[in-house]
Design a protein around this ligand. Structure first.
Ligand SMILES: [Zn+2]
Length: 506
């Protein structure tokens, strides 16, 4: 029994949200739990039940080193789920004969053990959660209520395990949430996915949120259309911390290849573009881009995407206080994507951010030179970083020859530097956020849900409102947040407005 080989990244994420974080204590707590995923044939044989279980295992197996998977009625779906867990963390232990500490139940059967139990399930667009009784899984073709249930279940397990270290970490009370209007009381559910043509959809960013989007696309039978997937990076070990479609075989493979392979059996025509957005747009023959899904990680990238004036943009994010989704259906009338990311303060340059977070602030010019000339990491830079941080250079040497961007992303953002220095010696870092896997997955699911709802003709009550959810505390009844058009934004500039109107006719 052992934690996963991407534990440094998990530890970095935990250090950002848990009070009084201590790495060995954190590891001890994780190892002391046995998380049971308990289900029946209702869950094992319906599309929704299987979707919930699949995503739940993808989330739970990334974090907890000891789990149990049990179908109370038959052996249906058990071995498949165990294989999936082992592909994510080959050192995971299935403690099947021991008493679980926490149980997540999917299906219609009551769990009779005495551990804390969360019942999750779904019906089309409705996600259900209960502390006391089974909520069942329906047999629709819709994976959204089902996928959200898995994220809610994983979030409640996390809050239960770390309740003493989280400020608002109580578990949820019973609820039904409709992903149509995001109301906890309406039970709005009258929209059905049978077959659906998506036309052309451009998905920008195949990170953790993009993985959530694609999980939902793959789990929806009968969708057709052209899906352009854009990302120029490869999967790194630390990405396994929250990319739900990745496993040990994904490392060093391009993110676009992983996604294309995952959608192999889908009826979607998938066009991978292993480039940045700017190269994709300049290489494209026309700029008539109908629908863009943005899962990128910076405000700058979002502003550039909005600048190309696609007809419709759906956008998702994760940040410290919440995850969310925004819809941008009409550039000229409603808040555009830039309105939400309007710069309010001067941001550090990339080279300064890297230098600061490597604790070599005075050497920003050196980092700038490495970045500008694409120079590989060499002994000189390793020396500089290890002596500034008073650590041995041995653990940094495997990165010799890598780009400074990869070194930074694995050593600082991947948690290696924190492990070497210990969190007590860590300074506050800027520009690094490590969401939990269930946060990113839910953001991606909600993004895909907005695309589907739009293509099915669903009109939200307030289309310009964003949806915001904080999974580190119980769900609140108000998830729709009004957004406003910024007066000095490009969407109020008549030159941009005229181009948009000429392109799209309104
Ligand atoms: Zn705007």
């Amino acid at each position: 029994m052992a934690v996963a080989n991407f534990f440094d990244k998990i530890a970095l994420g935990a250090s950002q949200i848990l009070k009084g974080y201590d790495r060995s204590e954190f590891e001890k707590i994780l190892l002391s739990h046995r998380i049971l995923i308990f289900f029946d044939d209702n869950a094992g044989t319906t599309l929704e039940g299987r979707a919930t279980l699949d995503l739940l295992v993808r989330l739970i197996a990334r974090l907890y080193p000891v789990i149990q998977i049990e179908n109370v009625q038959s052996s249906c779906y058990v071995e498949e789920l165990k294989r999936l867990a082992l592909q994510i963390n080959p050192k995971i232990e299935f403690a099947d004969s021991e008493r679980p500490t926490i149980c997540v139940t999917v299906g219609k059967t009551t769990y009779s053990g005495d551990s804390s139990t969360f019942y999750i399930g779904s019906d089309n667009w409705i996600t259900r959660f209960s502390l006391g009784q089974p909520v069942g899984s329906s047999s629709s073709n819709n994976p959204f209520g089902a996928g959200a249930a898995a994220c809610i279940g994983a979030a409640n397990v996390f809050r239960c395990v770390f309740q003493d270290q989280l400020q608002y970490g109580a578990v949820d009370q019973d609820f039904s949430l409709s992903l149509l209007d995001f109301s906890l009381s309406s039970n709005s559910n009258e929209l059905f996915i049978q077959s659906l043509h998506l036309d052309e959809v451009v998905l920008v960013g195949l990170g953790a949120i993009g993985n959530g989007v694609v999980w939902a696309l793959q789990k929806t039978p009968g969708i057709t259309g052209d899906l352009v997937i854009i990302d120029d990076e490869c999967v790194a070990l630390s990405n396994l911390q929250r990319y739900v479609l990745t496993d040990q075989d994904s490392i060093n493979i391009s993110k676009a290849t992983i996604i294309k392979n995952y959608l192999n059996e889908s009826k979607l025509s998938v066009l991978p573009e292993v480039v940045k957005w700017s190269s994709y747009v300049s290489g494209r023959k026309n700029w008539q881009i109908e629908t863009v899904l943005t899962c990128v990680d910076s405000a700058e990238d979002r502003i550039v995407i909005q600048g190309a004036l696609p007809k419709t943009i759906f956008n998702a994010w994760t940040q410290r206080e919440n995850l969310g989704v925004s819809r941008h259906l009409s550039f000229n009338q409603t808040p555009c994507l830039c309105c939400l990311y309007y710069p309010t303060q001067i941001k550090k340059s990339r080279s300064q951010e890297i230098a600061d977070n490597l604790n070599i602030s005075g050497y920003e010019n050196v980092i700038r030179e490495y970045l500008a000339n694409n120079l590989p990491l060499d002994e000189k830079l390793i020396q500089l970083v290890s002596s500034a941080n008073e650590i041995s250079g041995i653990e940094l040497r495997p990165f010799l020859g890598s780009s400074v961007n990869i070194f930074y992303s694995e050593v600082v953002c991947g948690g290696i530097l924190m492990k070497l220095k210990g969190p007590a010696n860590e300074e506050v870092r800027q520009g690094i956020d490590v969401p939990l896997a269930f946060e990113s997955a839910l953001a991606g699911l909600l993004l895909a849900a907005e695309l589907f709802k739009n293509k099915l003709g669903y009109i939200p009550q307030d289309p310009s409102a964003s949806i915001q959810i904080n999974l580190l505390r119980p769900l609140t009844p108000y998830l729709n947040v009004p957004e406003v058009k910024m007066t000095s934004c490009i969407c109020n500039d008549h030159i941009f407005q005229d181009i948009y109107a000429k392109k799209w006719g309104f």
